[in-house]
Every structure is written in structure tokens, then in C-alpha cells.
Ligand binder design. Structure first.
Ligand code: IMP
Ligand code: MG
Length: 188
């Protein structure tokens, strides 16, 4: 076909950058359920404070937390980078007014790439003296890691390419796609 059709769900284009479908919503749902089962099991009888990292994690958090059968609290923090390119630039963290002392905390992330965001966040959270801190991320790009991170719950490990959909954006677009799309390198 000689033209781009954004209604064709196999290919999605933002600012002349092409993405192709990579992980379907059916697989996403299955993986979210598996993670929820593990957390429900590991924390049975305990309370958990989930700290959701905005904005990317809102869809994953919404799906995951509705499958959690524990007594839990939910808070949000904002971790945004300056600029809207496919690289992570400087980080802003806002984490005020959350009582974390002596609580079991699980940080909810959409994706871990270099690990820089989470290693900063974990440091900040640990300074509040919680009882425990773990991380759940839906996606992980292990080959891109710059900071060592102990991630207890990972949904899917993926190739080291840029992805969009299911909360993840390129230039603030594509977050609302129900499936996950990956940069279509061959077609750039
Ligand atoms: P990290 O600090 O490099 O681990 O990445 C932190 C944040 O960058 C993630 O929470 C996302 O918001 C964003 N990010 C990393 N990789 C991607 C991607 O492939 N697509 C969209 N956003 C990403
Ligand atoms: Mg994120």
C-alpha cells in the first residue's frame, strides 16, 4: 500500500515515525493477571501501599490494581523527563506528602529502560523508612540497563527498542492505544 493508514491497527504512525504492533491486548491482560496472582500470594494477609509512577503507568496500574485482593492504599508520584524525544533527559520527581513509614511499598511502573528513574525513586522512598520496597513493572528492557535494579515483578522483557501504547507515549501521543507497538526500524 502506498500510503499510511492509522486506522490499520498493525501499524501506527506519529510524526512520520512508524510503529508496528508488538504485544496484543490479550497477551497484556494475561500477563497482568499473572503478576496480580503473584502479588496476592506473596503479600497475603498484609497491607500494601502501591505507588504509581505517572503518567505512563496509569493503564497498567488500573488493570493490575483491580486484580489485587489485598488491603491496599494507592498513591501517585510524577516522574517526568524534560523534552519529548525518545531518549530520557533530565528527571523531575514529585513525591511529597506520602506517609511511607513502616509500610510495605510496591512501586508500579510501566517500563524500566535505563533504570535511572527507578533508582532515584527507590532512594527517595527508602529515606522515608518503609518496611519494604519492591518494584512491579509491566515492561523491562534489560539490555538498556545503566543502574543495577532489583525488580521483583516483571511482566514482559522486551527488545531494546522504543515502544508506545498501553500508557507509553512518543511526544505525548500513543498512550491510549490498547496494544503495545514497537519502533518499526526497517521502515524508517
Ligand atoms: P528509565 O529511567 O530509562 O528506566 O526510563 C524511565 C521512563 O522513561 C519510563 O518510565 C517511561 O516513562 C520512559 N520510557 C522508557 N522507555 C520508553 C519507551 O520505550 N517508550 C515510552 N517511554 C519510555
Ligand atoms: Mg514511567
Amino acid at each position: 500500500m502506498g500510503y499510511i493508514d492509522n486506522t490499520n491497527k498493525e501499524i501506527y504512525e506519529i510524526r512520520n515515525v512508524r510503529f508496528k504492533k508488538y504485544i496484543s491486548k490479550e497477551i497484556i491482560n494475561q500477563e497482568v493477571q499473572k503478576i496480580a496472582n503473584r502479588i496476592n500470594n506473596d503479600y497475603a494477609g498484609q497491607k500494601v501501599l502501591f505507588i504509581v509512577v505517572l503518567k505512563g503507568s496509569i493503564f497498567f496500574a488500573s488493570d493490575l490494581l483491580r486484580k489485587i485482593e489485598l488491603d491496599c492504599e494507592i498513591e501517585t508520584v510524577r516522574a517526568s523527563s524534560y523534552g519529548d524525544e525518545m531518549i530520557n533527559s533530565k528527571l523531575r520527581l514529585s513525591i511529597e506528602n506520602i506517609n511511607m513509614f513502616n509500610k510495605n511499598i510496591i512501586i508500579v511502573e510501566d517500563i524500566v529502560d535505563t533504570g535511572n528513574t527507578l533508582s532515584e525513586l527507590v532512594k527517595r522512598i527508602q529515606s522515608e523508612k518503609p518496611k519494604s520496597v519492591e518494584i512491579v513493572t509491566f515492561l523491562s528492557k534489560p539490555e538498556k540497563r545503566e543502574k543495577p535494579l532489583d525488580i521483583k515483578y516483571v511482566g514482559i522483557e522486551i527488545a531494546p527498542y522504543f515502544v508506545i501504547g498501553y500508557g507509553l507515549d512518543y511526544a505525548e501521543q500513543g498512550r491510549n492505544l490498547p496494544d503495545i507497538y514497537i519502533l518499526d526500524e526497517e521502515r524508517q
